[in-house]
Design a protein. Structure first.
Length: 282
């Protein structure tokens, strides 16, 4: 039973973290002209209306993308991401729509690139199709994202990126993510992968990080942003991203981006923390 709906969280601090890293990865992969394939295992609906009552319930975007849009001189490396947020809200430039990862990725891909998306939720899939199915570069599947990777890898393009962004409603997601990364490493030598995970308590993601360290994976970068103290009410206190085979110089870019995001998105200055660390060597 799928109950998670991303619209409650669209544009929040974790989306800003995840989507700015995604944009940097796609830009880095496009330094070479050969075609890319972008795959996503948990796509969501593509475009989020922040006036929807579900998005308005907690207005999480106010502590996320709204803060970035209020900045007078954001870092140049965020130009591609920010330009697209403005484009989604044109004319007027008042924040109403927030693009999910498939829409942002489509904007950043080139003519020669391709995109393959999986989404399971019966409510999200028609919205995803409505936004993206006219684009001949894009294939949309209503199927389990992990199963899709097993069925389709390696794709015909020798290079590309897989985004794995589960809701972690099921504890088994953590183990499935590790297995999926091993599959990508094994079957697609030119494939880069990015995984998002929540920081819920000081130790909730320790087992996941340990499982990554104990796996057969090589060349893994970890990039975490904590914006709230782990004390207090339960909830998401931070956002984490794992990158398998990070493209050249992305680590340096993240070392510059993360302190900026930490300062911008912090909800409790004394608890704010970030790290960009090579978890597993090449
Ligand atoms: C966190 S949301 C995705 C958000 C999106 N990646 C973004 O950044 O805009 C997770 C999505 O995965 C979908 N989902 C859950 N389990 C799935 C599975 N096994 N395979 C494919 N999609 C799944 C949910 O319906 C939900 O829309």
């Amino acid at each position: 039973m799928l109950s998670y709906q991303h619209i409650y969280h669209a544009g929040n601090f974790a989306d800003v973290h995840k989507h700015t890293v995604l944009a940097l990865l796609l830009q880095a992969l496009q330094r070479k002209p050969t075609a890319l394939c972008y795959l996503e295992t948990h796509a969501g609906r593509a475009l989020y209306d922040l006036h929807d009552p579900l998005a308005q319930k907690n207005c999480e975007f106010e502590q996320g993308v709204s803060r970035l849009l209020a900045e007078s001189s954001p870092p140049a490396m965020l130009a591609g991401y920010l330009a697209y947020i403005y484009k989604c809200n044109h004319p007027g430039n008042t924040l109403r729509f927030y693009p999910g990862s498939p829409l942002l990725a489509r904007e950043l891909l080139r003519e020669q690139d391709a995109m393959i998306l999986a989404e399971l939720h019966p409510q999200e899939i028609p919205l995803l199709r409505q936004q993206l199915q006219q684009d001949k570069r894009i294939a949309i599947h209503q199927r389990d994202g992990y199963e899709m990777l097993r069925a389709l890898l390696p794709v015909k393009q020798s290079r590309g990126l897989v985004l794995i962004d589960p809701a972690y409603e099921l504890k088994s997601d953590y183990a499935q993510v590790v297995t999926a990364l091993e599959l990508i490493q094994q079957r697609w030598p030119g494939g880069v992968a990015m995984v998002w995970y929540p920081l819920l308590t000081a130790s909730a993601h320790d087992n996941f990080i340990q499982a990554l360290r104990k796996s057969a994976l090589r060349d893994v970068l970890c990039c975490e942003l904590q914006v709230q103290s782990y004390a207090g009410l339960p909830g998401m206190k931070g956002s984490g991203v794992i990158i398998l085979r990070p493209p050249w110089q992305v680590d340096t870019q993240l070392q510059e981006l993360l302190p900026y995001l930490a300062d911008l998105l912090q909800q409790d200055a004394s608890a704010t923390h970030w790290r960009v660390e090579q978890l597993i060597a090449e």
